[in-house]
Design a protein around this ligand. Sequence first.
Ligand code: FAD
Ligand code: SIN
Length: 503
Amino acid sequence: MKKTNILHFEFLVIGSGIAGLNFALEASKFGKVAIVTKKELMESNSNYAQGGIAAVLDKKDSFKKHLEDTLKAGCYLNDKNAVEIMVKEAPKQIKKLIKLGVAFNQLNNKLILTKEGGHSERRIANAKDTTGREIERALIFQVRHNKNIKTFESHLAIDLIVQNQICYGAIVLDKEKNTVDIFYSKAIILATGGSAQVYSRNCNPKIATGDGVAMAARAGAKIQDMEFIQFHPTALNIPGKPTFLISETVRGEGGILKNNKGVAFMNKYHELKDLAPRDIVSRAIFEEMKKNKIYLDLRHKGTEYIKNRFPYLYNELWWFGILMDKDLIPIAPAAHYTCGGVHTNSYGETNIKGLYAFGEVAHTGVHGANRLASNSLLECLVFGSRAVSSATRFVKNLSSIIYHLPTKNSKLKINKTVNPKIKAIKINLQTLMWKNVGIIRETKKLTEALKKLNNYHKNINKILKKGLNKEIIELQNLCQVAILITKAALARKKSIGAHYLLK
Ligand code: FAD
Ligand code: SIN
């Protein structure tokens, strides 16, 4: 066995999406920060965010309207206090990003705001259709120039080190050197993002395997609202091709959903038609797809407008033979966002001392039963910044890092040979989740899914005993999260928001 490296920091941030990077930059004023991330710094859900960030930035708009839209989309299952905090702190976060160098879409020094489903006003700050990439670029530039932040790419957190409800650090796999390292820290931050890879049809990058929720659950953290998986209505739908997202801002800027006869249908389902909240649009498409293929049509906006407003989407679709200004875009829903997660208060504190969570991994209560579009990047920033104050206070009150080694040796053994069963189990699990725990659910199918998932779990544990590699660690997490989603779906007996049960 190779030597285990032992490192220590004041703040250990797991994840380099917008939640993790924003926290790291602010916390670096108070101590040494490590960012551990399982691929390159840039690789995250954040990097693929298209639409933008919601904030009240126009005179016609108000905090009251943003609050009400968020609660309505969330079916009033939201924590109203948390939503109020988020909405009120939003404009400050946008100003901060501009100061950090984020190039939002502007004309004459005024932000060009866009619209998405469920919003009663234009309030989405954007960098056209690559908002996430632009924010990541600006934050990573700052991180790379910050002497108090050390970054560890290709480092996969395996488990948290927790004893007696106190977190001391994390066990981490260095994928390049093939070592298992111990990162001790006074404050440990979970910013590991979502888990849509649990589903066969999803529009998340491969990193979104729910590691944070699974690690936190194993450590005894409270997990909440996992049944609320948001399915985005419009992901590309060409058999065998990637299911990448076609932003809701395409509909915000006039795009219309049509069936294969060229007929718009959303008026049958909601007064806001194509801009109804996401859960409603996804279910409507799902219903219509029983009879028809479904398309998104933006052709009426003209070539010049489309190429200028959606340059990324125009180029991406071109590779698949689709010209956005001349062709209909075939779309279908795909798993997109995890509304639930590790439960926290409004300062990112979990029920485990020293462990903080925010961003998509967390459940702050802001989203309720269904997230309002473009509230996610906002949540990452607002609650990440608030967690800096609580984590810093905690760090200052601890006189020294406690070097505690409660790790079992089995967690430190690497197995370089990837068992071929891992791939098969993963595909079966993802397909099962799509079919049985997807957009429309039935108790019988949920029960059947849980039984199969428990069997997968047993098989995964057998493979785990032979040693660790990225593939088995991620599969273990996917399975654990799938079980959490299914159990939560079984426990909620009535349809609400993103959880829809057939009677
Ligand atoms: P992420 O950005 O996903 O970052 C998680 C990080 O944790 C990654 O760096 C990952 O590699 C790392 N990580 C995970 N597990 C481990 C581990 N075990 N060890 C080490 N590192 C780990 N939201 C909006 O508000 N507006 C939008 O326009 C928008 N568009 C979207 C478009 C797409 C295609 C997608 C997929 C999502 C979109 N969302 C949007 C949602 C939003 O992007 C995410 O919810 C948000 O970016 C999550 O940020 P995060 O920092 O919490 O997690
Ligand atoms: C999109 O651009 O459609 C994604 C927006 C979001 O998930 O909030």
